[in-house]
Design a protein around this ligand. Structure first.
Ligand code: ACO
Length: 333
C-alpha cells in the first residue's frame, strides 16, 4: 500500500522566509490620563516605570476580527492569495471562543479554504512559538505556505480596578506570511518553565458544576511584576545568545532585536546585557502598551512598512511571557 505523507519539498536546506507582514490595532486610544481617572495612578508613574504613553482598546473588534484584518494586510503585502495558504497558526491567549479556535475564525473570514487552522497558546511568546512550529513543518516538507498571527485582546481579561496591571496592556494583532525557501528562518529556540507559571496567570473559568454548586466565573490577569521582570531580563538575553551560538552567528551581524514589548526597561536591560546599542532594539511600547502575542509582529510590520528592512538583514525576534515561556528566532529578511 502506498502511503502518501504529502512530502512536497523536504530536506535540511529548506526553511521558511517571511514574505509579507500586516498588523491591526483598534482605533480607540486610551491615554494614561484616561486611566488616571479610573484608578489611583499617574502619567508620570506609568511612563517612568513602563515607557507606555497610550494603548489601543477594542470596542467591538474582538481577537479574531483584529487577527483577520492583520492577516488580510499581510497577504496583500506578500502578494499571496488566501487560498494558497496551507496552514494558519494563531498565537493567542485571549481567543473569542474556547471553540471554534481563533485560527479557524480567521480562515473563514479571509476565505483560506485550503488551510488547516489552529491556535497556539504561549502568552507573549506565542508568535515565536508559532514561527518555530511553522519552520519545523516547512523543513519537513509538510506545507509550503503558512500564515502566522499573534493576536490578543487582553482588555477583556483585565481587572480595570487593578492599577498594577490595567495600565500595562493594550489590544492588537500582527501577522506574517511564510513560504518555504532556502533562506529566511535560520534558527529558532523555545523554552518553558511550568513550575513558575503562577507568577503570571489568568484563569479561563473557575471550577463550577452542578456537583460542587459553584458558579463558574471568568478570571482576570494576575501578575507578580517584579518576578516577571527578573525572569525576562535573565531569560531573554540567554535565549538570544543560544539562538546565535547554535547558528554560529556573531551578535554584531544582527541589525535589529525585535523584542516583546512589555516594558522599555526590560528592552534596555536586554540591550545592556547583550552589549548592544539601544538603537538596535526598536520599540513602540509608548503607543500600544503590551499587546501580548501581538507585540513582535506589530513591531516587525512597522519596521517593514517604514522601509527599514532590506533583503539579507539579520533580525532576532524574541518573546517571553506566561507559562512561563520564552522563544527566540534568528531570521534573514
Ligand atoms: N500607578 C501608581 N502606582 C502603582 C501602580 C500604578 N499603575 N502600580 C503599582 N503601583 C505602586 C505599587 O502599589 C507599589 O506601591 P507601594 O510601594 O506603596 O506598595 C509601588 O507602585 C511599586 O510597585 P512595584 O510593583 O514594586 O513597581 P515596579 O517598579 O516593580 O513596577 C511593573 C511595576 C511596571 C509592573 C514592573 O514590575 C514590571 O514592568 N514588571 C514586568 C512586568 C511585565 O513585563 N509584564 C508583562 C507581563 S509578560 C507578558 O507580556 C504577559
Amino acid at each position: 500500500m502506498k502511503v502518501n505523507f504529502n512530502l512536497k519539498q523536504a530536506g535540511d536546506s529548506v526553511t521558511g522566509r517571511i514574505i509579507g507582514t500586516g498588523s491591526y490595532v483598534p482605533e480607540q486610544i486610551v491615554t494614561n490620563e484616561n486611566l488616571a481617572a479610573l484608578v489611583d495612578t499617574s502619567d508620570e508613574w506609568i511612563v517612568t516605570r513602563t515607557g507606555i504613553h497610550e494603548r489601543r482598546i477594542a470596542l467591538e473588534e474582538g481577537t479574531s476580527r483584529m487577527a483577520a484584518e492583520a492577516a488580510r494586510r499581510a497577504l496583500k503585502n506578500a502578494g499571496v492569495e488566501a487560498d494558497e495558504l496551507e496552514l494558519i497558526l494563531m498565537a493567542t491567549s485571549s481567543p473569542d471562543y474556547c471553540f471554534p479556535n481563533g485560527a479557524c475564525e480567521v480562515q473563514a473570514a479571509i476565505g483560506a479554504k485550503n488551510a488547516v487552522a489552529y491556535d497556539i497558546s504561549a502568552a507573549c511568546s506565542g508568535f515565536e512559538f508559532a514561527l518555530s512550529t511553522v519552520q519545523a513543518f516547512l523543513k519537513a516538507g509538510v506545507y509550503r505556505t503558512a500564515l502566522i498571527i499573534g493576536a490578543d485582546c487582553l482588555s477583556k481579561l483585565t481587572d480595570w480596578s487593578d492599577r498594577g496591571t490595567c495600565v500595562l496592556f493594550g489590544d492588537g494583532a500582527g501577522a506574517a506570511v511564510i513560504r518555504a525557501e532556502e533562506t529566511g528562518i535560520i534558527h529558532s529556540v523555545m523554552g518553558s518553565d511550568g513550575a513558575k507559571g503562577q507568577v503570571l496567570s489568568c484563569m479561563s473559568r473557575s471550577e463550577g458544576n452542578f456537583l460542587n454548586g459553584k458558579k463558574p466565573e471568568l478570571g482576570y490577569i494576575f501578575m507578580d511584576g517584579q518576578e516577571v521582570f527578573k525572569f525576562a531580563v535573565k531569560k531573554v538575553p540567554e535565549c538570544i545568545r543560544q539562538v546565535l551560538e547554535e547558528s554560529g552567528t556573531d551578535i554584531n551581524e544582527v541589525k535589529y532585536f525585535v523584542l516583546h514589548q512589555a516594558n522599555y526597561r526590560i528592552c534596555e536591560s536586554v540591550a545592556k546585557r547583550l552589549g548592544q546599542p539601544i538603537e538596535k532594539v526598536p520599540m513602540n511600547i509608548a503607543s500600544y502598551g503590551n499587546t501580548s502575542g501581538a507585540t513582535v509582529p506589530i513591531l516587525l510590520d512597522e519596521l517593514n512598512r517604514q522601509g527599514k528592512l532590506n533583503r539579507g538583514d539579520k533580525l532576532v525576534l524574541a518573546g517571553f511571557g506566561g507559562g512561563l515561556t520564552w522563544g527566540a528566532a534568528l531570521i534573514e529578511w
